[in-house]
Design a binder for this molecule. Structure first.
Ligand code: KIV
Length: 264
């Protein structure tokens, strides 16, 4: 069965959770989609995970197109969400051209790191047939502005701004909202203010879906991993396929993330 945005909306309406994982190539796209993971994110995290860079900032449009094409060849029916990389949305015209390139490469929707300031473009992309996921909270392309990978929405002003961004993005026609590294309580507040599917990472258990970076959940990431990461290799049958299946099941059952994976 091919997963579409209607599938995700139906899951939400029925109170069923869904899962999302990153993949950057054909083989892993095949494994992830065959396990039933509803959404594959071709994330610009590939800059760190595949290329060993220290942020997502250097990732180019050409690289995103290449990896989206690879993922689309191996995909077995998941919804492919492709990241718009750093400065690929600098002007509206550039945004249209770049989003179209990702769709032609096999993406089913694009993900942008944006907020209320981006709502005009969200509406126009949506009107032109390109669904948009809006990434809020810790938006890694702004790491230099934030001064590090820090939990967002901890003070009253940023909390209010994030809520407003969420409401504005939905009003503008966003198909999905994705929150990274915000307090679990703020995620709960967002959930009672929006009605489109919501994906979380480091945002507690309240969202409709969870996403992790594939290499993190396979325990393959060297060094210290973030608090919200769980290694699913020991939870499966010892294979990568087993770990991905264990992740998908845990998210579906509401067993991942647990409160201790979130931020107070
Ligand atoms: O690029 C990526 O993998 C992401 C996730 C961490 C949400 O944006």
């Amino acid at each position: 069965m091919n997963i579409t945005l209607s599938t995700l909306n139906k899951r939400k309406a029925e109170g069923q959770k869904f899962s999302c994982l990153t993949a950057y190539d054909s083989t892993f796209a095949n494994i992830v989609s065959s396990a039933g993971v509803e959404v594959i994110l071709v994330g610009d995290s590939l800059g760190m995970v595949l290329q060993g860079k220290d942020s997502t900032v250097p990732v180019t449009m050409e690289e995103m197109i290449y990896h989206t094409t690879c993922v689309s060849r191996g995909n077995q029916g998941s919804l492919i969400m492709a990241d718009m990389p750093f400065m690929s949305c600098a002007t509206e015209e550039q945004t249209f051209e770049n989003a179209a390139k990702l769709m032609r490469a096999g993406g089913h929707l694009v993900k942008v790191e944006g907020g209320s300031w981006f709502t005009g473009t969200i509406s126009k992309l949506t009107e032109r047939g390109i669904p948009v996921c809006v990434h809020l909270g810790l938006t890694p392309q702004s790491v230099n502005k934030f001064g590090g990978y820090k939990v967002q929405g901890r003070d009253d002003a940023s909390r209010a701004a994030l809520l407003q961004d969420s409401i504005d993005a939905e009003k503008a026609g966003a198909a999905i909202l994705l929150y990274e590294c915000i307090p679990s309580e703020l995620m709960e507040e967002v959930m009672s203010n929006v009605s489109i599917p919501v994906i979380g990472i480091g945002a507690g258990p309240a969202s409709d879906a969870q996403v992790l970076v594939l290499h993190d959940m396979l325990g393959a990431t060297p060094g210290k991993v973030a608090k919200f990461v769980h290694n699913f290799m020991p939870d499966g049958d010892g294979t990568i396929q087993g770990a991905v299946a264990a992740y998908h099941q845990a998210v579906k059952d509401g067993n991942f993330p647990k409160p201790e994976h979130g931020f107070a």
